[in-house]
Design a protein around this ligand. Structure first.
Ligand SMILES: [Zn+2]
Length: 333
């Protein structure tokens, strides 16, 4: 089954570019920028990656980003991810980036996006992997800062396919960003947001995301299964769910494999993704293998997960169809 998964044409829809910063690159960038890291070796950094909930993860995550300073740093970060993804036969990725995690420490927005954008262009021509950017707002910052970031992004509108919302969900419900999302929709952005797993008021937050914000997709959203009316709303609107099994295992009590099985059985458009692979030790290949092991997934299940993913991408129809044809050819092979 591992071989079958290796060859499977894959799609990644829940991937934070800052979460792909591997310790090796962290050292390289620290050296380049003259920054002293509080670690002596790659092994020491990896040993520090022990989290048991979202806040403990986020603390280490934001600390790690300090080495990202210049346009070439962001280029190298994205290029390293795209090379890794291409090696796992990821054919298409929608990549989150967190501009406020950089502008809040003095790195200008245009430095961030120019580096990322240049990597996406080079990766497509050199590696044959296509990708688009989704700009996420940090929900533990004020809504006014999110709005300012949205306005700052407008000159780069054509480089960004949609907006998302991430970081610490506790006390930061979707409706806090209602005006920001309304403006984003007016500007032509597609809309998604994190509804993280097992949060305080999880089901209420999912309801707000769907009914009050009108998202086009939900990131995570596993707790929707607790409320039949949410399941119905997700099905009715054909909303995709970007679930991240290995990540779930780090920040909650389990991979939530059974929930993914139920979502598949309910015919929901559930997908498997890697979230922050440098921190959770697993890219999309490893996530699919772990889930296949846990659930004894069939080849049909695995193909269905990727079919769901290509179907809910924010690509034009003809490109979706091209990837789906590639998937079908592999499944028939
Ligand atoms: Zn995430």
């Amino acid at each position: 089954m591992t071989d079958f998964i290796e060859g499977l044409p894959k799609c990644e829809l829940h991937l934070h570019i800052e979460g792909t910063l591997e310790p090796e690159l962290k050292f390289e960038l620290a050296g380049r920028n003259g920054i002293d890291l509080p670690y002596a070796s790659v092994e020491e950094i990896r040993a520090a990656y022990s989290f048991d909930d979202l806040p403990s993860f986020l603390k280490i995550y934001y600390e790690g980003m300090d080495v990202l300073r210049t346009e070439p740093d962001f280029y190298d970060l994205a290029m390293a991810y795209l090379r890794k993804a291409a090696s796992q036969n990821v054919r298409y990725a929608e990549i989150f980036f967190d501009p406020q995690a950089h502008t809040s420490r003095g790195v200008p927005f245009d430095i961030v996006i120019r580096g990322l954008r240049r990597a996406l262009i080079d990766a497509e021509s050199r590696l044959g992997i296509r990708a688009q950017l989704i700009m996420c707002f940090l929900r533990d910052f004020q809504a006014e800062y999110a709005m300012a970031t949205l306005l700052e992004s407008l000159p780069y509108r054509e480089w960004i396919v949609g907006v998302g919302l991430d970081s610490d969900e506790k006390g930061n419900p979707p409706v806090k960003f209602k005006a920001v999302y309304e403006r984003a929709r007016q500007e032509g952005y597609l809309l998604t947001m994190h509804c993280d797993v097992d949060q305080e008021n999880s089901t209420e937050h999912i309801r707000q995301a769907i009914e009050e914000i009108g998202v086009n997709r939900v990131d995570h959203g596993v707790n929707a299964l607790e409320d039949p009316s949410l399941v119905e709303a997700i099905r009715e609107r054909g909303l995709g769910l970007t679930v991240c099994p290995i990540s779930n295992g780090y920040v909650t009590d389990s991979m939530k494999a059974d929930a993914i099985r139920r979502m598949l059985d309910l015919g929901l458009r559930v997908t498997v993704n890697s979230d922050d692979p440098a921190y959770f030790a697993g890219y999309v290949q490893e996530n699919l293998v772990a889930l296949a092991d846990a659930l004894d997934l069939s080849r049909e299940d695995l193909v269905q997960l990727e079919r769901n993913a290509f179907e809910i991408t924010w690509l034009p129809r003809h490109l979706k169809d091209a990837y789906l044809a590639e998937l079908d050819a592999y499944a028939a092979g």
